[in-house]
Design a protein around this ligand. Structure first.
Ligand SMILES: O=P(O)(O)OC[C@H]1O[C@](O)(CO)[C@@H](O)[C@@H]1O
Length: 545
């Protein structure tokens, strides 16, 4: 049945009308127990939903809607490997990547957990050799610099995790420097190559498809740079300086990655869900295999919780359903991700891909156009920095925005560094202060109403605070799995397939069509007046016409 015809949806519509005039400040003054009522803890994460514009009735209706849409059944389909990515005729089994070794999951008669474990062992061998200084470049010197070349899911997850978990680097005899390169125009790579030593630099070419032009052009530039600098033959460079990570072995081999330096994963791992696979090699190099496995365990703990916990306690389900409430019933279509921890700098970019590439769709599983909103516009920044940039709009603008505040409760506690401890306290104070003012507005002040209009704060901006006990590989794994499952919950309610991304394909084709007219001013170009005009201007500026 169409989601908007479900009884839960209809009930939520009238409930939203009834709550329309209710400000968060009213909800707080009516109920002194909001925090106890609307906060939920799972393992190392605590989510406070009390600053959402919800009542216990809202939760009951959301639960009814989740049941109407058979959420439980869909979760089971996800975990057992049913081909729920129908447009690509495959399952979405990122949860299998974090299953313990003693579990089994059969796909077409084959135990994929055994494959995952084998893959982890191969990763571990590579990590060990590099950490021990036994992986040597063409001149015989140990590799000390890693450059991950990838884009989208083959870049954002590892880059985010390496930054987030940099406190957890193991003591190794051969410390590594790590870089991430994604941009198609080569600007990141060009800057980097000027400062790298070719004989000690190893490139990881990460691409699920191994056909992504952005990644392949950066990889080719890197290989040419090595060739010029070393004067040695391709075969030696490929063996000593390139590792490939892909679901496409054939393409990796064609490019020249030697079989021993190939790490594989599977088409049932979506690009934006792939940091748990061999795509996570940079993470394992950064925090060691032990740390990487802790991250997998954290995610697995969230998987088990998602699969088994009742709705009222199910953290990803609540996060997803309260998002549905905001988007479809309170008409809020902007979502800010605000980590109060500089180590989570890349979390907003990661979630932009995870959420918007998964749920930024308007066609249902039945091929019909949705007549309701789906994924909101997501963006974000480290919270304290964003306070000096776009919080003005959050506090006094005309848009309703829902916010996620994400902060670790403990940091620096065992460093003995009181200045840093104080900085953490200051950061938490800002996090709590902002969430409070966004919710309650200037009613937090005694004499607010006497202030001129330009100094007033209207409040009523809903937010969730995600409090992490302490940022570790384990809790980080939980946090990311939480968001993955939240996205899945919403996709079920919206009746869309979150695991394909057809909306990115046409742009790739069109760019290919434009290459020839850009290179050759005499080539036939008959696009549209804007594109033709821009082509002519570029030719003129490049001195081609
Ligand atoms: O890992 P690949 O195949 O290079 O793809 C990179 C990214 O490009 C996309 O396919 C979008 O074009 C993403 O889904 C993916 O994460």
């Amino acid at each position: 049945m169409h989601p908007t015809q479900q009884p839960g949806w209809i009930a939520l519509s009238s409930h939203a009308k009834a709550l329309k005039e209710t400000h968060l400040r009213d909800l707080f003054s009516q109920d002194g127990q909001r925090f106890e009522r609307f906060s939920v803890k799972h393992d190392e994460l605590m989510l406070d939903f009390s600053k959402q514009r919800i009542t216990t009735e809202t939760i009951q209706h959301l639960k009814a809607l989740a049941n109407d849409c058979q959420l439980k059944l869909w979760i089971e389909k996800l975990f057992c490997g049913e081909k729920i990515n129908t447009s690509e005729d495959r399952p979405a089994l990122h949860t299998a990547l974090r299953q313990p070794a003693d579990k089994a999951l059969y796909l077409e008669g084959h135990n994929i957990i055994a494959d995952v474990q084998e893959n982890l062992e191969h990763m571990a061998e590579i990590v060990e050799r590099i950490h021990a200084g036994q992986w040597r470049g063409y001149s015989g010197q140990p590799i000390d610099t890693i450059v991950n070349i990838g884009v989208g899911g083959s870049d954002l997850g590892p880059m985010m995790a390496c930054r987030a978990l940099s406190d957890f680097q193991p003591l190794i005899s051969n410390p590594l420097t790590m870089h991430f390169v994604s941009s198609m125009d080569g600007s990141q790579l060009a800057d980097l190559l000027d400062n790298l030593k070719p004989e000690t630099t190893l490139f990881i070419i990460s691409s699920k498809s191994f056909t992504t032009i952005d990644t392949l052009s950066n990889a080719n530039t890197a290989r040419e740079w090595l060739k010029k600098a070393s004067g040695v033959r391709d075969e030696l460079l490929n063996r000593r300086h390139f590792i490939g990570v892909s679901a496409n072995q054939e393409k990796m081999s064609q490019w020249g990655i030697t079989p021993k330096s190939q790490l594989n994963f599977w088409d049932w791992t979506g690009g934006r869900y792939s940091m748990w696979s061999a795509i996570g090699l940079p993470i394992a190099l950064k925090i060691g295999m032990h740390g990487f496995k802790d991250m997998l365990s954290g995610a697995h703990s969230m998987d088990e919780h998602f699969l088994h916990a009742p709705f009222e306690e199910n953290v990803p389900t609540l996060l997803g359903m309260i998002g549905i409430w905001n988007i479809n019933f309170l008409n809020i279509h902007a979502h800010a991700i605000l980590p109060y921890d500089g180590r989570l700098k890349h979390l907003p970019a990661y979630l932009e891909q995870l959420e918007m590439e998964s749920n930024g769709k308007s066609t249902t599983r039945q091929g019909e156009k949705t007549d309701y909103h789906t994924c909101p516009i997501l963006w974000g920044e480290i919270g304290p920095n964003a306070q000096h940039a776009f919080y003005q709009l959050l506090h006094q603008g005309t848009e309703s925005v829902m916010c996620d505040f994400i902060a670790p409760a403990r940091r620096y506690h065992d460093t003995g560094n009181s200045e840093l401890q104080q900085q953490h306290t200051l950061t938490l104070a800002n996090c709590l202060a902002q969430a409070r003012i966004l919710a309650l507005g200037d009613s937090v002040l005694d004499n607010s109403t006497s202030a001129p209009r330009h100094m007033r704060y209207h409040g009523n901006q809903p937010s969730t605070t995600v409090l992490v006990d302490e940022l570790t590989p384990y809790s980080f794994g939980q946090l990311i799995a939480l968001y993955e499952h939240k996205v899945f919950v919403q996709s079920v309610i919206w009746d869309i397939n979150p695991f394909d991304q057809w909306g990115v394909e046409l742009g790739k084709k069109m760019a290919t069509n434009l290459l020839q007219p850009l290179n050759d001013p005499l080539a036939e170009a008959n696009f549209d007046s804007s594109t033709d005009g821009l082509l002519n201007t570029i030719h003129r500026l490049q001195g081609k016409s």
